[in-house]
Every structure is written in C-alpha cells, then in structure tokens.
Design a protein around this ligand. Structure first.
Ligand SMILES: C[S@@+](CC[C@H](N)C(=O)[O-])C[C@H]1O[C@@H](n2cnc3c(N)ncnc32)[C@H](O)[C@@H]1O
Ligand SMILES: [Zn+2]
Length: 282
C-alpha cells in the first residue's frame, strides 16, 4: 500500500517531503498528486509516453508470469537482495519485487517495496501486492524517491538510470540489474521472427555503471522451458516485440526454448571506499 512507502518519496517538482491526506499526496510547497482508486500514485510530470506498457501487454505479462516459467529468475534476484527496503524501477506488475520483499520479510518483518513504472496499467497491478506501494514515474525523468533510502534497487528487463539508482541506494545497499543473454528465448525469437538481443549489452551496462556504482559480481542463469501456443502468445505480447514487430502469425505448436539471463550486482561506491567489517584499509 502507498502508506507503506510514502516516506520514501519526494515531490517530483521541488523534492519536498510528501505526505498523504485522504486520497491526495502533497508537499509543503503546495504541489498535489491524486492517489488513484486502484491505489497507485501518479508522480509523472507529463502524460505517459509511448514507452509505457499498454493494458494488453500488462494482461499478457500477468498471464505469462503466473505460469511460473520465470520463477527461477525471481528466486535468483531475491537471493541477492539485502536489507528491508526494496525499490524496483520499471517494475511492471511487481512480480520480482514481490519475490524480493517476501524474501526480505523472512529476516526483516517490516520489509516493504516501492514499485515504479511509467505505465499506469502496470502500476495498478503492482499496487495490489502486499507490502508494496506503486508509483507511476519515468525512470529517465529522475525518480521521485529520496536519496539513500533503498537497501535493494532492482531493474529487471527494464530501462536503467544507473546514476539515479546510485542516488537512491543506501551506502550499504545493492543495485541488481537483470538483462537477457544472447541465447534468451532464441528459439521463440527465431520461429516467430522477433527482435534479436543486441550484442555488447553487458559491456554497455558495465561502462554506464563505471562512474556511479561498483561492480560486485554477476551470476548467469540458463534453463529450458516448454511453451504452449498460448504461453508463446503471452510472451510475445508482453515484450518489446509488441511495440516493434509484427509477429509472423499465431504460434500453433508447443516449443522448447532457452531462458538465459544475467544478474549483475552493484554496490554503492561509498561501500567500497570505507573499509567494512572484517576488511582492512590498504
Ligand atoms: C519488459 S517490462 C519489465 C517489467 C518487469 N520488470 C518484469 O520483468 O516483469 C519493462 C517495463 O518498463 C516500463 N518502462 C518503460 N520505459 C520506462 C521508463 N522510462 N520509466 C519507467 N518505466 C518504464 C514498461 O512500462 C514496462 O512495465
Ligand atoms: Zn513540491
């Protein structure tokens, strides 16, 4: 719920503290934002752009994720999470954030999550999850989130603004980024004539991070899944292909395909300059 996370937010216009009064969030300077009936808070300073997932894409994502094919990815991300406050940018339906917060709650009973996404339809879904507040916000516009409050920041298959992630990350926190490897869904892409995964994605991520975060490690996850024709349609409909290509007809047979993703774990640079427990300065 929004009340769980309002203290993590700031006004997108003036960075003043936001407080909730009834169905409105406001800052001391008088900027006001309505909380939607479905529970999400819209902090966009403009109307949602063409990059926002549509209602149909979100419905396909809900259906696909419910089948559990990406549960091992959620497990991988959750195992790398730390602390009690998690923020996911481009959270979609909040599937990964939900897994992270559930994991954190095992050791931190007050664990909570903040899901941001530029899509209102996606944020509505995330707003339904327990211990999670959902905010409509554009990752590129600067996140309406206070500095240094997140123990874990996630971006899973979503746009990354690493400078912003570093700003909101606590000094002891982690930034977790999941990206597809070249083999990811290769069979489905090939059969349906979909977009390929660009080369050099990982190198670009590390280059982008160099100025603001410290790379800790990466973990690759690779496994096979069988997808029914309906599941293939959901997969195609929920992803960037729904924007960019005209899939070559409806899938009619099941297909075995590869899931291949990389989790990169970054630390806040402050954590690497100060010697931690058990470390000696050299
Ligand atoms: C491929 S989906 C991934 C969603 C979620 N992380 C998942 O894996 O289920 C990308 C998400 O990023 C959102 N998105 C795209 N551009 C964005 C932006 N500039 N700021 C915030 N969210 C954005 C889309 O609306 C969509 O929900
Ligand atoms: Zn304000």
């Amino acid at each position: 719920m929004l009340t769980d996370v309002i203290d993590l937010l700031h006004c997108p216009h003036c960075t003043g503290e936001l407080t909730l009064t009834g169905g409105t969030a406001g800052c001391p300077a008088g900027h006001r934002f309505d909380v939607a009936r479905q529970g999400q808070l819209n902090l966009l300073r403009r109307s949602a752009g063409a990059n926002a997932d549509t209602a149909a894409m979100v419905a396909d994502r809900v259906a696909f994720l419910a089948a559990g094919h990406y549960a091992p990815i959620a497990e991988l991300v959750a195992s790398a999470a730390v602390g009690s406050v998690a923020v996911e940018a481009g959270a979609g339906t909040g599937y990964y954030l939900d897994a992270v917060v559930s994991r954190l709650a095992r050791t931190a009973p007050g664990a909570r999550g903040l899901a941001t996404d530029v899509s209102t339809y996606a944020s509505r879904r995330a707003a339904k999850l327990p211990r999670i507040g959902a905010v409509v916000a554009d990752t590129w516009a600067g996140l309406p989130i206070r500095s240094g409050i997140a123990d874990t920041v996630l971006a899973v298959f979503a746009p990354r603004n690493l400078e912003e992630f570093a700003r909101i990350c606590a000094p002891s926190g982690r930034v977790l980024v999941v990206t597809p490897l070249p083999a990811h869904l290769a069979e489905v892409r090939h059969t349906a004539g979909l977009m390929t995964i660009e080369e050099g994605k990982h190198e670009r991520l590390l280059a982008e991070a160099r100025t603001c975060l410290t790379h800790d490690r990466h973990e690759d996850l690779c496994y096979r899944i069988d997808l029914s024709p309906d599941e293939q349609r959901h997969l195609i409909g929920m992803g960037p292909n729904a924007f960019h290509t005209q899939p070559a007809g409806r899938p009619e047979t099941s297909i075995a395909t590869t899931v291949a993703v990389r989790l990169d774990v970054f630390r806040h640079p402050a954590a690497s300059t100060a010697p931690g427990r058990g470390q000696r300065a050299v």
